[in-house]
Design a protein around this ligand. Sequence first.
Ligand SMILES: [Zn+2]
Length: 160
Amino acid sequence: MITMIDLEHLRRAVALAAEAVEAGDEPFGSVLVGADGRVLAEDRNRIHTTGDGTRHPEFTLARWSAENLSPEDRAKATVYTSGEHCPMCAAAHGWVGLGRIVYASSSEQLGQWLAEMELPEASVRRIAIEEIVTGIPVDGPAPELAEAVRALHYRRRGMA
Ligand SMILES: [Zn+2]
């Protein structure tokens, strides 16, 4: 279940996705929140501005958590993200032992939007988080935010 507090963090993730688009990157943003509800770290997609296709925010937060949090704190932390983790990020999340995931829009929705824009499929398949990692609570999508995320993907491609 997605709570009002979850929605606040998801809105921040979507705002970071908007910042990414403004900077010329892809519309994805993520926020890492500790067990006490405090925001520990956040990042946005940086694949175009760095030329590194692995610079997804969820991957960055997984690495950050491994360097900065104990295994116990990682397990209690939540990752909020504007778009459901890709397989690389879901695996990184699982390998470092992070906890719950909450996403605003699903990989399935992204696939529909890319198809609507007549864009080709990415070279990495979209696979649901639950197919990659086990034992991690996953919530999403949040219908309240679908239109905002969809609009960012259209803006990124220069479509209204
Ligand atoms: Zn990813």
